[in-house]
Design a protein around this ligand. Structure first.
Ligand code: SF4
Length: 165
């Protein structure tokens, strides 16, 4: 029998939650970028577009953040200073994600950890740093933050999870 488990929704985020989310995401991006530059710098350009534009310019400006009660109702943000997030957002949204928006979010979520791996294999220490920070960020999201997230339209939201009992 399946039962729906709900988790207490977050309002604001503690400093430690922000350190975990922002620190692991930044470490993942820096390790990936340095790894590509050390091997073949020209290939860092697509990664700069995926991460450097994809996160602030697409995810934060158009996808999740325009729909975020943490920002609009509680004045806080997990991943960036709230003032910066508000500045990035084009306009507030309440409607569900379109199929194209979902595909774009998943594509960016796969490319951020996936793209640098080809160039990181030859640099064991950078690869270890990259993998640890990637596991920290994605496990933090999927096993903790997404279960307490108020962005109910986000396809990654796990505030209500079906569990087998
Ligand atoms: S907490 Fe809300 S505003 Fe901040 S990054 Fe997440 S979705 Fe965007």
């Amino acid at each position: 029998m399946n039962e729906c488990k709900t988790y207490p929704l977050a309002t604001k985020f503690s400093i430690w939650e922000k350190v975990w989310a922002q620190g692991s995401f930044a470490a993942m991006g820096i390790a990936g970028t340095v790894g590509i530059i050390l091997e073949d710098w020209i290939w860092v350009i697509p990664y700069a577009i995926i991460g450097g534009y994809g996160i602030p310019g697409i995810v934060m400006r158009h996808l999740t953040c325009p729909r975020c009660p943490h920002l609009y109702d509680y004045g806080d943000c997990l991943q960036a200073p709230p003032g910066m997030t508000r500045w990035l957002i084009k306009r507030r949204k309440t409607h569900p994600f379109s199929t194209a928006e979902k595909l774009l979010l998943f594509l960016i979520a796969v490319l951020i950890p996936g793209y640098p791996l080809y160039w990181l294999w030859s640099n064991k220490w950078l690869l270890i740093v990259f993998l640890i920070s990637a596991v920290m960020w994605f496990s933090g999201q999927l096993l903790y933050f997404c279960k307490r997230c108020r962005v109910k339209q986000c396809p990654l939201n796990r505030a209500r999870v079906r569990i087998q009992v």
